[in-house]
Design a protein around this ligand. Structure first.
Ligand code: DC
Length: 221
């Protein structure tokens, strides 16, 4: 049974590192029958592939290397994952300390963002073709650049102590404040609260409370 085009919903979830975008987006996908896309994982996947070839962010052949990569989508349940040249890297490979340290540098380069723009917009078609009721996409520029036409846009925030504690609990070595600084300062698609987005503070709330709040906001929209 296919989803009528008028009821297909796109939800954009943006925010800095470790503010709870992934947990919230996955919970929304479950509750609303949506396909979930983590665009941070896209940048991480490209970064891991480039690091493997020992390519530096400023290297002149970066664009040519990106152009040679075949970007496709693999669905695992509700989660759509980017494959590069037929391979979806393991989570541990895209969340390594090396990738954590390099990803914001690659993500600031316009050739890298251009390589992903069409692919990310195309995820709405993947969701439609697979009969999802819509798409929830998380990242830094989803409500501003990728889907400025999204039906709902949320910007998650949390205090730094909570965010660091969340990363530590995941056992990750990640300088989230440094990454945020780079992500906010860059010229290309900087991390900003998109106009018209609703800010949600996840610091003092549990995942359940954040999910219920966002669902209420969607319902009352
Ligand atoms: O969500 P994350 O922490 O896994 O994202 C990793 C990096 O990818 C983040 O520091 C900046 C970049 N990114 C981006 O520039 N634009 C997005 N839409 C998503 C992530």
């Amino acid at each position: 049974m296919s989803v009528p085009p008028s009821s297909f919903k796109i939800i954009a979830v943006d925010g800095g590192a470790a503010v709870g975008k992934s947990s919230t987006s996955k919970a929304l996908a479950e509750r609303l029958g949506l396909m979930h896309v983590d665009t941070g994982a896209h940048y991480r996947t490209l970064t891991a592939a480039l690091l493997k070839e020992a390519i530096e962010p400023e290297q002149p052949n970066l664009q040519a290397r990106l152009a040679s990569m075949v970007l496709e989508t693999e669905l695992k349940g509700r989660s759509a994952r980017l494959s590069v040249n037929g391979e979806v890297p393991a989570e541990s490979a895209i969340r390594s300390p090396e990738v954590n340290a390099a990803v914001s540098k690659f993500a600031a380069i316009s050739a890298v963002r251009k390589a992903l723009f069409k692919y990310q917009r195309g995820q709405a078609d993947v969701a439609r073709q697979n009969d999802f009721a819509g798409l929830v996409m998380e990242g830094r520029d989803i409500g501003s650049i990728i889907f400025p036409d999204a039906d709902y846009r949320f910007f998650l925030v949390a205090d730094e102590a909570t965010r660091s504690a969340r990363r530590a609990k995941e056992g990750q070595i990640d300088s989230i404040a440094d990454r945020d600084k780079l992500d906010k300062a860059r010229k290309n698609a900087p991390l900003i609260c998109p106009e018209g987005a609703t800010k949600v503070d996840t610091g003092p709330r549990s995942l359940k409370e954040v999910t219920e709040l966002v669902l209420e906001l969607i319902e009352s929209h």
